[in-house]
Design a protein around this ligand. Sequence first.
Ligand SMILES: C[S@@+](CC[C@H](N)C(=O)[O-])C[C@H]1O[C@@H](n2cnc3c(N)ncnc32)[C@H](O)[C@@H]1O
Length: 377
Amino acid sequence: MEDIAGKITALAKDASDESRRSIVEALQELQIAIEWPDDTVARIWGGHFRAAVVRVGIDLKFFELQDRAESPSCLSLQSHHTRILQTLAGHRIVKETASDKFAATELSNKIASAGSAAAIKHNFDICGPNLQALPAYLKRNGYKNPNDAHDRAFHATFNTKQLCFEWMMANPEAYEQFNVYMAGRTEKQVIWIDRYPVLDDTDPDTMSPERALLVDVGGGTGHQARNFRAKYPNIPGHVINQDQPFSVDQAKKLPSSGIEHMAHDFFTPQPIKAAKYYYLRSVLHDWPDDKCTMILSHLIDAMTQDSLILIDDKVLPSKGVPWQMMQADISMMAANASMERTTAQWHRSFDAVGLELVRRVVYSPKALETVTALKQK
Ligand SMILES: C[S@@+](CC[C@H](N)C(=O)[O-])C[C@H]1O[C@@H](n2cnc3c(N)ncnc32)[C@H](O)[C@@H]1O
């Protein structure tokens, strides 16, 4: 068995993302084929349990301590800690090396990173209760596809009429954690500027230090603006990160050389006119179609002839969507009455506001991450 496992591991290590995904999918099918069906069912309902113990492990700093520990025995354990660690070991998140001795793994070290811990906390604390409310919400609305930002599972979950980001403004701890989660998503990953041909778009005659080069609309704490300026220090023009006041205040505490931060509500007219790029990453997927139209219309009003809107969002195939993307889609449904969109759904949104496709760059095929460049018709 070890021999087979070793061979498969070696195969996956050198494989392309696509081949690696098919190896993982084949192994998932194999697991279901050979495990006891009762265990498969228990793994389905037990998803909550695994998430809960990981969440406790983060609070107790198990993963951070293990990441730094020279030996597993550096952790001083109390009996209830052992129960948590035994559960984590059962899920192969940590390794049980002896009675009451647990060692870190590559996976537990990954969980120890700020971005992963924030992702787990946000998805457990905010999305978890929201998903609990989804079945009752859908039953009540007759299983219609939610498309009204003011009528979602989220309202019942948090007993509020506020939109998700309005609620987060009133819950700063949740917002701060969400922003760390968002910023962490770009760590050690291919990002849009690794693949998008910025230099093909930026004619030196039309760029100037006075003009805005890139406005990152809903840019969170400015990680993409920072990456952009670092990669293109010599293209003249302002690089501006816009977001809600809370995120902008958080962003200003981070190194911000070469970029500017501006509080701006994207449901109001865009104050930066004639920018080369208006860039939106993971923004439109948060909103149903009518709200996307409002956001895009304000940008269109600010555009000049050579301006481009860059939508950095997943583009789903119409069939065979990987589970990670459907997970994101259901999360959008519960939180925002919105969705991850297919090519056809995106085109309908662009046509509705008079935008025309310039180019589409799939910069991360694994995650279906795509930049779509659009100009006015
Ligand atoms: C899913 S996050 C994406 C953040 C960032 N673009 C990224 O990819 O990491 C959506 C962003 O939209 C911002 N946002 C929500 N409502 C907004 C509004 N009305 N005006 C401006 N920004 C808003 C949020 O604060 C958040 O930073």
